[in-house]
Design a binder for this molecule. Structure first.
Ligand code: SF4
Length: 359
């Protein structure tokens, strides 16, 4: 079916955009793994840009988005950097191409703006590994404990948190807490184990959550990659839930320490431009490879695990983005009380150490 877009765009039943001058091939189809049916052609990109201008919207894309989504976005980055851009953007609508907790964080920091996510089903297995009710129960078991949450959490969990953290400042955040005070650390068990090891603290309780993607980056695989690529460097992006196991394993010696670089997204791009080695292994979600290859085309960037792909990130498809801009959907809501409490824990995170950029 042909999709035609116009100023009175609508994605009506069956998901068709009708009535205008531009012809896009395909049809928006709602399936179990997201919206499909529209190809990322130059016409699609032009229509996305036109609709964004018409809606006074800015399009933000996380580094782990599909390459075509990254390429059409106004800004590409990590979650915290994008949330800050959202707060400062002159546009009154933010289209957040990422997963739901990231769009919620943008809404928490920009409560007066309209925040849209192209498919609200784009969740995060790490954020979903603890609910607000579970956290309330855990806190009740440890009265007086301080709650430190990795930024990959829902707004409701952030609202029950004392201090959020990223992987970059998790150690600093925990080290800033009175050594006699119990700490509840959530939801990522690998980041928690890393923090516990570095701080030497034994009054830290760690929630047994994990990201489904990082299960594919294991010690055997890292050791094997180190053996078969003797000259390669290893880039680990610490702010990604899926890289925290690599961070932990690198600390355990599964990859020679002198070849391991723990880098934020910005640092990774800078390191790629300055790198002398011709081969770099990347331990993170594979979407990151797109920005690295653009930054340093002469380097062979390979994923430590090319199956480390987040199915939730990939739900933001060309069809989903077209539907989003045509219909102003899906809008992200965070009730004002939750947003205010969550904002406090996020702002405390930003004040301690170098928070990096979130996932
Ligand atoms: S890669 Fe893992 S931590 Fe990141 S959004 Fe996907 S499920 Fe969540």
């Amino acid at each position: 079916m042909t999709i035609t877009a116009s100023r009175s765009d609508s994605v009506g039943g069956g998901g068709r955009v009708t009535g205008g001058p531009m012809t896009l091939t395909g049809r928006v189809v709602d399936g179990p793994s997201g919206f499909t049916g529209v190809e990322a052609t130059p016409e699609w990109a032009a229509e996305i840009k036109r609709l964004a201008r018409e809606r006074n919207a800015t399009i933000l894309a996380h580094n782990y988005q599909l390459p075509e989504i990254q390429d059409v976005a106004d800004h590409v980055g990590d979650s915290l950097a994008l949330s800050r851009i959202a707060a400062e953007a002159p546009e009154d609508t933010i289209v957040f191409c990422g997963v739901h907790f990231m769009a919620e964080t943008a809404k928490i920091l920009s409560p007066d703006k309209t925040v849209l996510i192209p498919d609200q089903r784009a969740g995060c297995s790490l954020a979903d590994s603890i609910s607000a009710d579970e956290l309330r129960e855990w806190k009740a078991e440890h009265p007086g404990a301080l709650v430190v949450s990795y930024v990959n959490t829902t707004a409701a969990v952030k609202a029950l948190t004392d201090i959020c953290c990223t992987s970059s400042n998790a150690v600093d955040v925990v080290a800033s807490i009175d050594p006699d005070r119990e700490v509840l650390f959530l939801p990522d068990q690998f980041l928690g184990a890393h923090v516990k090891r570095v701080t030497g603290r034994d009054n830290i309780h760690i929630w047994a959550g994990e990201c489904h993607v990082h299960a594919g980056i294991n010690g055997d695989e890292l050791t094997e990659q180190a053996r078969t690529h003797p000259n390669a460097e290893l880039f680990v992006h610490p702010e990604c839930g899926c890289a925290t196991s690599a961070l932990y394993l690198a600390g355990e010696g599964a990859f020679p320490a002198d070849r391991v670089h723990i880098l934020s997204t910005g640092g990774m791009i800078d390191a790629a431009k300055a790198a002398r080695s011709s081969e770099v292994l990347v331990a993170t979600e594979i979407g990151m490879l797109h920005q690295l290859r653009k930054a340093a085309p002469g380097i062979d960037f390979q994923a430590v695990n090319d199956r480390a792909s987040c199915k939730y990130m990939k739900m933001i498809t060309p069809a989903a983005l077209l539907r989003c801009l045509a219909e102003n959907r899906d809008e992200v809501h965070v009730d004002p009380e939750t947003a205010a409490a969550g904002r406090d824990s996020v702002l405390r995170m930003i004040a301690i150490g170098n928070p990096g950029g979130g996932e």
